[in-house]
Each structure stands twice: as structure tokens, then as C-alpha cells.
Design a protein around this ligand. Sequence first.
Ligand code: RIB
Length: 292
Amino acid sequence: MTVEPDAPAIVVLGSINMDLVTTTARRPVPGETVLGSGFAMVPGGKGANQAIAAQRAGGAVRFLGAVGDDVFATELRGALTDAAVSADRLRTVTGPSGIATIVVDDGGENSIIVVGGANSRMTELTEDDLAAIAAADILLCQLEIPVETVAAAARHAHAHDTTVLLNPSPARRLPADLWADVDVAVVNSGEAEQLGADLDAVAHLVVTRGAAGADYRGPDGARLSRPSPRVEVVDTTGAGDAFTGALAAAWHRGPEWALTWACAAGALATTRLGASSSIPAREEITAALVAE
Ligand code: RIB
């Protein structure tokens, strides 16, 4: 994989999980047992997915996170390095890696339960982590690691003119001083409703709307919307991560281009099963936009 000489330097601080994916005609209701149609183990985690997506979409990405010392660790590390993401700051801690149990139905919709494992142990940033953040163009974070670590990273990035892009997912209320350090927030429409007025503090807000595309609101009140390319949906898992990673990789080209690029990446990710396994390459994103 080639990295362009002007590729933005992106540090992704976040989770890395082994996704245990079961496919089934329909997801069970509480108390019900249904028969599944397939099973796969696929590297995932919002942090790792977004790191791989940003790298494939044109960024030069370094990942800060943690795996356990279990059977999944080698494959999780390999998923990053196979995608040319720099994993030199990925630490190994004692105990299990992060796990996500995912059920995908025939409509491509999913339910996910995440057990944090090693991700919950990302409680400190080293001097090298902080130096990487200060030297980057963009810091990209989510909320599958302790929020205090995200806040410390965002504060450090803000103090060193590194653009802070936050995907506050899974959504929860965050301290106001964390929002003050965020330049760009990416949320889906459900998260936008949950977070409500907290998002007013953010200069650049991007709201994803699934097949309907995405909306942007800028600091001067500028607004724009972009549609999603029409695709045959297999599995929506990781589509938001593909969108967010691609947005980070294209952010330096302005919100209009970044939104268009990210909508194509997100749509393409729904055409394949799994999270990291479904993230498109730069050439595929370009081809999808040319075909529009
Ligand atoms: O956004 C999809 C991801 O959420 C999955 O890969 C799973 O690991 C959870 O983190």
C-alpha cells in the first residue's frame, strides 16, 4: 500500500476488539433462541476500524491502544500492520483483549455487546504517546476506552494545534472541558439526539444518516448535506467507522470534499460482512464516486 507524501498524519487513540460475528435471519427477542446461519471472527473495535479506514482512505496513521495477552492479541496486532497502520504504540497488558459479540440479521442490521478487556486498561498516556499526538495533524478518538484518557489526549492535542476529531460513541454525557477541546464531532442521528445541546459547543459537527448520507454544520453556521451512494447492504457493522476514518483522512481538503469522500467509504463498508474486513481502499472510494 502506498502512502502519499502529503498524507495527513493521524493518531487514532481507541479500542481494538475481536468481533465474534453471528449471522441470523432475524435477531432474537429477549428470552428467545433462534438458529444462526453463520459465524466469523473478525478484528474490530471502533478505534482500530477507524485507524484502518483512515489509512486506507489516504492518511498516515499511528494507533494508540492496548491488547491483552490472550489468543486474539497476535491477530489484532496483525490487522493493524497488514493495513499499514503503525502499531508501535500498541501495548500488551495482562488479561483478555477487548471482545465484541455481534449479531447481524438478513437486513444487514446488527446488535453489539462490547466487553472492554485491555481497552479498559488504557488509563495512561506515555511521553511517547503525547509526543505522537503533538506531532500529528489530527487526533481521532472514540469512547470505548476510559474517557479520562480521551480527555487528556484531547487537551494535549488542543495545546499543540493538533485538530481533535471525536466520534463520541458509544454516546454518553461528557465533561464540558472535553467538548471545549474538540474541533470536529462525528455522530449518527441517534447519538445526536442523545447528546443534544452538548454538541452546540463543537465548531464542526457531522451527523451521519445511514443510507440518507450525512449533514455538516460549520462554525459560521454554514450547512451542507451529502447523499450516500446507493449500494446493496450486507452488514452495517463498521460503516460509521469507515465514514469517520475517511473523513479524518480527507479533512484537510475541506468539509465538502471530506463529507463526499466519507459517505462513499461508509456506503461501501455496508456491502461486506464484518467491520475491519469491510473497509474500502482509496481506489474503491474513488471508483464509487466516479460511478455516481
Ligand atoms: O463500530 C463497530 C465496532 O463496534 C465493532 O467492530 C465492535 O468491535 C465495536 O467496537
